[in-house]
Design a protein around this ligand. Structure first.
Ligand code: TYD
Ligand code: MG
Length: 468
């Protein structure tokens, strides 16, 4: 059989080339050529011809349209995986016929999670097919043996060729199919090696079509590259319905599952798990786990909610101000910009009378995180003031605000999403700029959930409130 015709297209400028090259001759960008299949044009020759005497729509056939009101099916038909945190992040369960990408660094637990989901669904009476291109059936079985879930009836397939996977899927017609991982799958229609952008995109697109045509929900694992993207930045994210990221510190056993895109639900929710000897266990109260090592009885600790890209994240900031020895006082910041700290110290000194000129100052963002947005200022200021006064901050308080040169507390973006994350982590009191306080229905929502939003105009007023 003749090989499908492919071209290499530049992702920057769209220029086409018959074969791959490191650099695009048209726009001069490097490493932007991606292999793609040339769509068979024979069927619609004139519709594609530009200019000339083309009649619009020539070569196409008339398709039936549907009134919105007549569209069958409803959103409510979802499968529960029984793993509550996952169902929650998905927006209330698994949508039949959808495609879900689970991304994360190697070793974080993607295969473990999906095998557990497969086991639960199979137990719940659904047909499941677990395709592993990374591990042999024996390796998968050994993992399954560790898990607390009975996974005996899950069908296994060790395969990397897309055509075989799709044919097996079509023959078996499972309700849920798991592909671990997209980087190992390849189609023989493309020349590129498995894992390259062209292969990943084409395989994902065909799996997506399979999901839509068959009603099978397809879960795919995607390894995250150094830059934090999944195989070719954004390539996969655009194709699939839902993107879940599985994250965690390698050395700690906590894992966070987040939706960063969801056509069937919100993206504000996170699910928290613990990796145990018997697989992943959902954590009912994440705030306990996350801020669990925080010493709320010690001064100098404040919590803020950052936005990582589109993702809110709660972090603890520690500040320590100690009497300086001889010479210039020390300023050491870990995870926080040194110049921003110098500026903030000057503001605290001048506007709130804190005597930093005689103090060594240390700031540490816990967990190896970096605070890059000004929204963390208020928490840094509160942590440092707490240390100077040697008074603790309310354990359930979160600080959201930028601090200006006049000591004023400034509004920040996406306050409601940050508050939602803080609430999920068990926080109840929010200190923020007066202008940031949600109004109207949003305010009523906060009150209904017992969240106190306290507006502060400047740091002096905040410290008076906290330490007076
Ligand atoms: P894995 O699911 O293979 O990660 P990924 O598919 O994201 O690469 O799991 C990785 C780690 O989890 C591995 O180092 C072993 C550990 N693990 C447990 O601690 N408990 C378990 O029950 C299982 C199955 C794995
Ligand atoms: Mg794996």
């Amino acid at each position: 059989m003749a090989r499908t015709k492919t071209i290499h297209r530049c992702t920057e400028c769209g220029a086409e080339y018959p074969r791959w090259a490191g650099r695009c001759d048209t726009c001069g960008e490097w490493n932007t050529l991606v292999e793609e299949i040339v769509a068979p044009r024979a069927s619609t020759p004139s519709a594609r011809r530009r200019g000339g005497t083309t009649t619009l729509g020539e070569g196409g056939s008339v398709a039936a349209t549907t009134r919105i009101a007549d569209v069958k099916g409803s959103e409510s038909r979802r499968w529960k995986s029984g793993i509550d945190e996952l169902d929650f992040v998905l927006g209330g369960g698994i949508v039949p016929g959808s495609m879900v990408l689970v991304g994360g660094e190697p070793g974080i637990g993607k295969s473990t999670l999906l095998l557990q989901v497969a086991a639960r669904l199979q137990q719940g009476g659904l047909r499941t097919l677990y395709v592993s291109g990374e591990e042999s059936p024996l390796q998968v079985k050994l993992r399954a043996d560790r898990l607390a879930e009975p996974s005996a009836d899950v069908a296994l397939l060790s395969e990397t060729q897309l055509e075989t996977i799709l044919a097996t899927g079509a023959a078996m017609d499972p309700q849920a199919m798991f592909v671990d991982s997209i980087q190992t799958v390849f189609t023989s229609d493309l020349e590129g090696a498995p894992g390259n952008v062209g292969q990943v995109r084409e395989c994902a697109a065909r799996l997506m079509r399979f999901a839509k045509d068959s009603g099978t929900t397809v879960f795919v694992v995607g390894h995250v590259t150094k830059g934090g993207g999944i195989a070719g930045p954004k390539t996969l994210e655009h194709i699939v319905d839902t993107v879940l990221y599985f994250e965690g510190e390698g050395s700690l056993d906590q894992r966070v599952l987040r939706a960063t895109k969801n056509r069937f639900g919100g993206v504000d929710e996170i699910g928290v798990f613990r990796m145990t000897e018997q697989g992943l266990v959902a954590v009912a109260n994440p705030s306990e786990l996350f801020l669990g090592d925080r010493l709320t009885t010690a001064s100098g600790s404040a919590v803020t909610a950052l936005l990582e890209g589109t993702r809110p994240l709660l972090v603890e900031i520690q500040g320590l101000a100690a009497k300086a020895g001889f010479g210039t006082p020390q300023r050491v910041a870990t995870g926080y910009d040194g110049r921003r700290l110098a500026l903030l110290l000057a503001v605290l000194d001048k506007r709130a009378g804190l005597p930093f000129a005689q103090l060594d100052v240390f700031v540490n963002v816990v967990g190896g995180l970096r605070v890059q947005e000004p929204a963390g200022d208020l928490a840094v200021a509160a942590a440092l003031a707490s240390s100077v006064y040697d008074r603790t901050l309310p354990p359930d308080a979160v600080f959201l605000g930028e601090v200006g040169l006049a000591g004023e507390v400034r509004p920040i973006s996406q306050v409601e999403r940050r508050i939602a994350e803080a609430e999920k982590m068990g926080m109840r009191t929010v200190y923020l700029a007066e202008r940031s306080i949600p109004r109207g229905p949003a305010r009523a929502r906060l009150e209904a959930r017992d969240i106190r939003a306290i507006g502060v105009t400047n740091i002096g007023a905040l410290f008076e409130r906290l330490f007076a």
